[in-house]
Design a protein around this ligand. Structure first.
Ligand SMILES: Cc1cc2nc3c(=O)[nH]c(=O)nc-3n(C[C@H](O)[C@H](O)[C@H](O)COP(=O)(O)O)c2cc1C
Length: 411
């Protein structure tokens, strides 16, 4: 992996026209996907195990990952009958503009490793579906290219470096490129202990071991359609949205850049971001009402109740368990968003019923891209839309603003 992911110019020069067997036209596999779990399975087979586990798993014993799902599964919705649901409207207003669904795409740094320019594929899918897309700091496609080519509503996610000035430059760059909202992710601590990544050789700095080399070789379609395309188009994937001094590689320089992610931050930093970011400002990774309150005091436009999809602290509670307390504390003062565990349209109903204005999806839409690029992302969003509509019909809601907590069954 060290050789493969150095970001240096690759020597491989291949005609890729005939090597990509998973293009937009290859709808067969996607047609046989009836839910997000099916897309996950297609992605699992297509991707090297290390890439897939990086995408799919959580941290340490995977307790938080499983618990997010368990809590969502345990929330039961009550049918409401004999209501006219002949016309179901899944749209909502997100920060004063229409969205076709009460959801946006969460920032996920790995889309570009599952598909060539996977972030662009996912951003285009989001634009086609009419939902906002968030580009992660750690993505492999430049924010300018996404802004030029994707269309739709674009948000940018920030990790703060210890050299904060470097982060501010990235933020200004996002503003110049036309991004509408800035999501500052604050729940990273000293970094996650994802043991599977270490085993697979996908912990940073990346190291190619025999296992990960064989893993890649065993997935020639991915090698040719993703890695070889990057190499043929200027080199292996880079963190092109990092500050220039950290962009060179995803080996040594990335680990250095990661180490420099700020561990010396405070709520005052929200003020600094406010000074340079005139757009919507959202803080992601809030799990406590008092932290939510402090964000509100700094005038943020929104907070994301998130445990990072169970990827960071394995002892974190499920977001759906802490959501009601946070909504009670600040829901009338700011936009409360939630993520971590959404895999079904019914999950979106549960998030809204518990007080979130809308939800973010991380893996659900990423599985789609991993299964089939833009078409796969569109498929994931179509599945969620269909499931949302059906669930709304069962709980007797023709519009998303009719979703309330009285439809949740209380023992
Ligand atoms: C593969 C992967 C990469 C992620 N990368 C980032 C990231 O770069 N920045 C960030 O704020 N969150 C990141 N997240 C967390 C997501 O934004 C989101 O909080 C989480 O995926 C929600 O849980 P879900 O995957 O169950 O929907 C990542 C999640 C995944 C699955």
């Amino acid at each position: 992996m060290r050789g493969l992911l150095t970001g240096q110019e690759g020597e491989l020069c291949l005609s890729l026209e005939k090597t990509t067997t998973w293009g937009r036209d290859d709808m067969g596999r996607l047609d046989r996907c009836y839910n997000i779990a099916d897309l996950r399975e297609v992605a699992r087979r297509r991707l090297p195990k290390g890439v897939f586990q990086y995408l799919d798993l959580g941290t340490e014993d995977l307790v938080a990952l499983r618990n997010n799902r368990q809590v969502l599964d345990e929330i039961k919705l009550l049918n409401k009958v004999l209501v006219d649901v002949s016309t179901i409207d899944t749209t909502t207003q997100i920060f004063g503009k229409p969205s076709s669904l009460p959801m946006a795409i969460a920032p996920t740094g790995i889309a570009g490793m599952t598909w060539y320019e996977g972030e662009l594929a996912l951003a285009k899918a989001a634009a086609a579906a009419g939902v906002p897309f968030t580009l992660a700091t750690g993505s492999n496609t430049s924010m300018e290219k996404i802004a030029d080519e994707a269309g739709g509503r674009l948000w940018f996610q920030l990790y703060m470096w210890r050299e904060k000035q470097l982060s501010y430059e990235v933020v200004k760059r996002a503003y110049r490129a036309g991004y509408e909202a800035l999501i500052w992710t604050v729940d990273i601590g000293l970094g996650a202990n994802r043991e599977h990544n270490k085993r697979n050789g996908y912990h940073q700095p990346y190291k190619l071991n025999m296992k990960s080399a064989l893993d890649m070789v065993a997935h020639p379609e991915w090698m040719m359609s993703v890695m070889a395309r990057y190499m043929a188009n200027g080199g292996l994937p880079k963190h092109v949205n990092y500050p220039p001094q950290y962009q060179q590689s995803v080996t040594g320089a990335v680990s250095q850049a990661k180490a420099l992610r700020a561990d010396q931050v405070s709520f005052d930093d929200i003020d600094r971001l406010r000074d340079i970011w005139p757009g919507k400002l959202i803080i992601k990774g809030i799990m406590r009402p008092d932290d939510a309150q402090k964000c509100v005091e700094r005038g943020v436009d929104g907070i994301v109740v998130s445990n990072h999809g169970g990827r960071n602290m394995d002892s974190a509670p499920a977001t759906l368990d802490v959501l009601p307390g946070i909504v009670q504390a600040v829901g009338h003062k700011t936009t409360v968003i939630v993520d971590s565990g959404v895999r079904r349209g019914s999950d979106l109903v549960k998030c809204l019923a518990l007080g979130a204005k809308f939800a973010l999806t991380g893996r659900a839409t990423l599985y789609g891209v991993g299964a089939g690029g833009q078409a796969g992302g569109e498929k994931a969003l179509a599945i969620l839309t269909d499931e949302l509509r059906r669930t709304m019909s069962y709980v007797g809601c023709a519009q998303t603003n009719e979703i309330t907590d009285d439809m949740i069954w209380k023992k």
